[in-house]
Write a protein that binds this ligand. Sequence first.
Ligand SMILES: Nc1ncnc2c1ncn2[C@@H]1O[C@H](COP(=O)(O)OP(=O)(O)OP(=O)(O)O)[C@@H](O)[C@H]1O
Length: 240
Amino acid sequence: MENKLLIKYVDVDIYQQDLLVLKDVQLEIHSGEFVYLLGKVGSGKTSLLKSIYSELPIESGVAGVLGYDLRDLKMNDAPFLRRKIGIVFQDFQLLTDRSVYQNLDFVLRATGWKEQANIEEQIANVLNQVGMYAKRHKMPHQLSGGEQQRIVIARALLNSPEMILADEPTGNLDPETGNELIELLYNIRLSGTTVVMATHNLGWLDKFPGRVFRCDNESLVELKNNQPVTPETVDAESGN
Ligand SMILES: Nc1ncnc2c1ncn2[C@@H]1O[C@H](COP(=O)(O)OP(=O)(O)OP(=O)(O)O)[C@@H](O)[C@H]1O
């Protein structure tokens, strides 16, 4: 697998309005990596993810994502950057007034897909990837929470992203369903898509090994293999 550098941050400060959330962030993420973002409530995990898809401006340091310079991103470039990133966020749920198929169709058309046959094929592809093809005509309220999250992941895969950003993707799910979902993301990553995931759940780390970063006291720190991660340091659940 090609080891392409997808994210490079050097000395980046991340703000929420006037509040400095993370300072001097150094980060390099390559293709195919599975990356955990840990940290206490309010420590900056979501803010870091939002900076990566350019929802939060970056005004210091070097910030490159998928070949774009975030500090010099033209307004016209932002949609192209975002199309290369799949987003799995709690506040980015399915449209409730249309079926699974229509939700996916809507996103494809909004991102420039026109040929009906290609659209149908791509929707079938992503639904098969998440094991939900049989439920394509269901409305969101007819699906369980875990099934809805699978569709959200399918939606994130529509434009064959180089990277998926997931913010607490298992937040509202029971442990077993959550486990299946992480397994799904882990398998997606095996096909070359990088996954960067914020979580409070330390149970995944042993089962699904990856790189681990922690937001703490306005800093982002990588935890190397031999460093213990304790629930106290990240407001975490220790099980799954
Ligand atoms: N829209 C906003 N406007 C102003 N401040 C914000 C906004 N969103 C978050 N913050 C603040 O920025 C800091 C970092 O928040 P962030 O959401 O990045 O933390 P988090 O680590 O993702 O937390 P959680 O584990 O609760 O999701 C917090 O102090 C928070 O109050």
